[in-house]
Design a protein around this ligand. Structure first.
Ligand SMILES: C[S@@+](CC[C@H](N)C(=O)[O-])C[C@H]1O[C@@H](n2cnc3c(N)ncnc32)[C@H](O)[C@@H]1O
Length: 253
């Protein structure tokens, strides 16, 4: 497992109390649509992607607020609604690249010790890809599905985690059913991991795709947490079948 040490670089410009919706209302230039012409050598799918990126208000807002990706607003919305993080928390961020969830988690747990009178948290990110340093977070390049992953993480976590969150997604194959199964496998692995490594009272969040196979897993999660909600943040694209399982207050059996 390769460790990438934190540095002072790359701090979100985000204010502590950033509210995705409020900020959205004030910052986004809703009217102007950017048109993208098809260019020689560029596939239609790439042109469509570029058009969507350039016209996506959350992409613009992420840039404005200093977040590495629009995904930051999903976890901000989840936190705003369900109060996931508190100062001093230990957070495991599964599928952390490029790092926007980690940026939010550092801010909300005081992992960068920005407020010296409050308890400092810890943010531990895991991804197949390297993540550029974020002050207050540590990143490890590894495959969460490796057999010895749990042993590795156990050696890194001195105390059980307060929050385990997974935004893991395998690259799309373009085949809906296969993509669904792959993402559910990641979610299931993350859920079982949380049963072993969460503190009683801890919270678990994971990306799932709607499509059927998630019902059994939901039942298992419901038996381990006091409250389980399926939540689709406004910042999650409406044409995506993605949603998040938000499981609150872990019951250690
Ligand atoms: C949607 S991105 C996460 C975005 C991130 N939450 C953020 O805010 O920047 C999904 C990530 O899951 C990672 N991933 C997929 N399968 C994984 C695995 N088996 N182990 C670790 N990371 C994985 C991918 O490499 C990708 O970076």
């Amino acid at each position: 497992m390769r460790k990438i040490s934190p540095s002072n670089s790359n701090k979100p410009r985000s204010k502590n109390n950033l509210s995705a919706n409020k900020t959205l209302a004030t910052v986004i230039d809703k009217g102007k649509k950017v048109s993208v012409k098809t260019a020689k050598g560029r596939k239609l799918s790439s042109t469509n992607w570029l058009r969507r990126q350039l016209n996506d208000p959350f992409v613009k807002l992420a840039k404005h607020e200093g977040f590495r990706s629009r995904a930051a607003f999903k976890i901000l919305e989840i936190n705003e609604k369900f109060s996931i993080f508190k100062f001093g928390d230990t957070v495991v961020d599964l599928g952390s690249a490029p790092g926007s969830w980690a940026q939010v988690a550092v801010d909300k747990t005081n992992a960068d010790n920005k407020i010296m009178t409050k308890k400092a948290g810890r943010v531990l990110g895991i991804d197949l890809k390297p993540v550029s340093p974020i002050k207050g977070a540590e990143f490890h390049v590894c495959d969460f599905l490796e057999v010895d992953f749990s042993l590795r993480i156990a050696s890194l976590l001195s105390v059980p985690a307060d929050v385990i969150m997974s935004d893991m997604a395998a690259n799309s194959t373009g085949h809906k059913k296969s993509d669904h199964l792959r993402i559910m496998a990641l979610c299931e692995a993350a859920a079982y991991f949380s049963f072993d490594y969460l503190k009683p009272g801890g919270n678990f969040i994971a990306k799932v795709l709607t499509g059927g196979a998630e019902m059994n897993l939901q039942r298992t999660i419901k038996s381990k947490f006091k409250k389980v909600i399926n939540f689709k943040p406004k910042s999650s694209r409406s044409d995506s079948s993605e949603k998040y399982v938000v499981a609150l207050d872990f019951i250690k059996q």
